[in-house]
Design a protein around this ligand. Structure first.
Ligand code: NAD
Length: 512
């Protein structure tokens, strides 16, 4: 029974209502205060705005059907330094390309020596849709990533912002939940254009955020360099700009970022997996795992797990899938993906010391652990029926569909849910924010020591809720949170989040 406002129309099913199913379930189970439920069911604020950027002239590959008309077009020689290659195969054209150039153009088409035929697309301003959803701030300032991706929408940011509200509560850091970004494929922009877009995004966002109000961080398509630009744009011209460093987290360590932040999400996931084994009187050494996504989360989790003695058997990413039954050397794979200038798309595809298999075959690999660390919605019902693992440890946000969840439960496959599995990132973001406030810089050992303690104790509370075993030990206390019956781990995590948030409304009351 849900306590939504009565309406004759059933609520429209969206990715948001689907993602909120677990919220509704946990809210029912604990009899969440009706008004708190309404506060959490929809975000506090949904900001949609637009940013404009001047795009430079670019050369885009000519379509195959048009190629025959330009067979006789001679090669043009342009200064290579003046052509910036983009990941979508185009080149951004800079004026210096014309120094000592030899250009033959017909209908705006040129043939670049050794590269083929390209159409000149003149520079023009372009408008991009931008978002910031501020879901809830009962426990502290809104907190959540900035995504630059072509497939974003208001509904998606609502899902991700709400997930941040649950995650910050589970990690027990004094933040609420937010998320935002721009609908753009960053692969189609030059570095200068991406910088302009980032600065303009912050120009528009500035009135809505601040170090004690809403604190963005990196997410898909953004990184520490982008955070540096956001920081500068926010603090430019401010009299006390150094006190504002905590307005974004995930910065480079040289400008106020925290040691351990880049690896933190993978590190937190590895601590959860270690705790899962410890609960069974065992350790990850000797186990094996399969991975989807070899970006920040996936590659770091893989490196740390390999350091714990676990063997990587297969990896799938946007470019392809690789498999080696004898194990893949993670350090060597990282070098292949990240230290290899010809691997422009940073993919595991083509890695020579493994077989190339299809994505479909990934799910058939026999291993102890599956780590989804790429996109949402990948572990569907049919995928959950196929996989041959004991544990799914979620690094990505929302990788398992509700149907996937039901199948995993039916098959007895255990789950480390995303809201604790990938909470390491936001936990170390909190450490970064404190360090910025105090003008301190902690060592990586100190950061990881705090992270391990925080992740493992919150993980233990969720496990106790799930098994209904209230306990107070030297490291954790689950007595306040158990609900008198057993629940699955995902529901248990949500119960913890809701009880921690509800306490703020109960003890502080509602502002009028
Ligand atoms: P990333 O951009 O560094 O890496 C993404 C990886 O996913 C890449 O290897 C890419 O090739 C792969 N990928 C993309 N599309 C794919 C597809 N269709 N099929 C298979 N693989 C595909 O991103 P990241 O920071 O590692 O984030 C990964 C996931 O973890 C996201 O869901 C993100 O929201 C979540 N997450 C990240 C952090 C963090 O601190 N980075 C924190 C919490 C959650």
């Amino acid at each position: 029974m849900t306590a939504r406002v009565a309406s004759s129309e059933p609520p429209r099913q969206t990715i948001y209502t689907e993602a909120m199913e677990v919220f509704q379930r946990a809210a029912d189970l604990i009899g969440l205060d009706r008004r708190v439920r309404m506060e959490l069911e929809e975000p506090d604020y949904e900001h949609i705005f637009y940013v404009t950027v001047k795009l430079h002239t670019r050369l885009t590959p000519l379509s195959a059907s048009e190629q025959s008309r330009y067979k006789d077009l001679p090669d043009s020689e342009l200064l290579p330094d003046g052509l910036e290659p983009l990941l979508d195969g185009s080149f951004v054209f800079k004026r210096r390309a014309l120094i000592n150039a030899n250009v033959f153009m017909r209908d705006g088409v040129v043939r670049l020596k050794g590269k083929g035929l390209y159409k000149v697309v003149p520079g023009r301003p372009e408008r991009f849709k931008a978002y910031r959803v501020q879901h809830n701030q009962a426990r502290g300032p809104y907190k959540g990533g900035t995504r630059f991706h072509q497939d974003v929408s208001l509904d998606l940011f609502k899902v991700l912002a709400a997930e941040m509200t649950w995650k910050t509560a589970i990690a027990d850091v004094p933040f609420g939940g937010g998320k935002g970004g721009v609908k753009v494929d960053p692969k189609t922009l030059s570095s200068e254009e991406l910088e302009a877009l980032t600065l303009r995004y912050m120009y528009r966002l500035k009135p809505l955020i601040g170090p004690n109000l809403d604190i963005p961080a990196p997410d898909v398509g953004t990184d520490g360099a982008i955070m540096g630009l956001l920081l500068r744009q926010f603090t430019d011209g401010e009299r006390e700009r150094h006190s504002l460093r905590g307005v974004v987290t995930g910065k480079d360590t040289r400008i106020g970022g925290s040691e351990g932040r880049v690896k933190a999400t993978g590190q937190g996931l590895a601590y959860c997996i270690q705790e899962w084994y410890a609960d069974r009187g065992s350790v990850p050494a000797g186990s094996s795992f399969v991975l989807q996504g070899f970006g920040n989360v996936g590659s770091n989790a893989a490196e740390i797990l390999a350091g714990m003695g676990s063997k990587l058997l297969a990896v799938n990413d946007a470019g392809g899938t690789i498999f080696n039954p004898n194990g893949i050397d993670v350090a060597d794979l990282i070098a292949y993906v990240y230290d290899n200038p010809s691997n422009l798309r940073r993919t595991v595809a083509g890695y020579p010391k493994a077989q190339q298999i299809s994505k479909n075959d990934l799910w058939d690999v026999d291993a102890d652990i599956l780590i989804p660390a790429a996109l949402g919605g990948e572990i569907t019902g049919p995928v959950a029926e196929r996989i041959k693992v004991k544990l799914v440890a979620e690094g990505a946000n929302g990788p398992t569909t509700p149907e996937g969840d039901r199948v995993l439960a039916k098959r007895g496959i255990e789950l480390i849910p995303d809201i604790i599995g990938n909470a390491g990132g936001v936990t170390v973001s909190y450490y970064e924010w404190i360090q910025n406030k105090r003008m301190e810089h902690w060592s990586e050992t100190e950061v990881n020591g705090r992270l391990e303690q925080a992740i493992k104790s919150n993980y233990r509370i969720i496990r106790d809720i799930s098994r209904n075993t209230p306990r107070r030990t030297a490291t954790h206390n689950s007595q306040r949170y158990c609900i008198g019956r057993e629940v699955d781990m995902r529901t248990g995590a949500m119960v913890l989040a809701l009880k921690r948030i509800e306490a703020h409304y109960q003890l502080e009351g509602f502002s009028q």
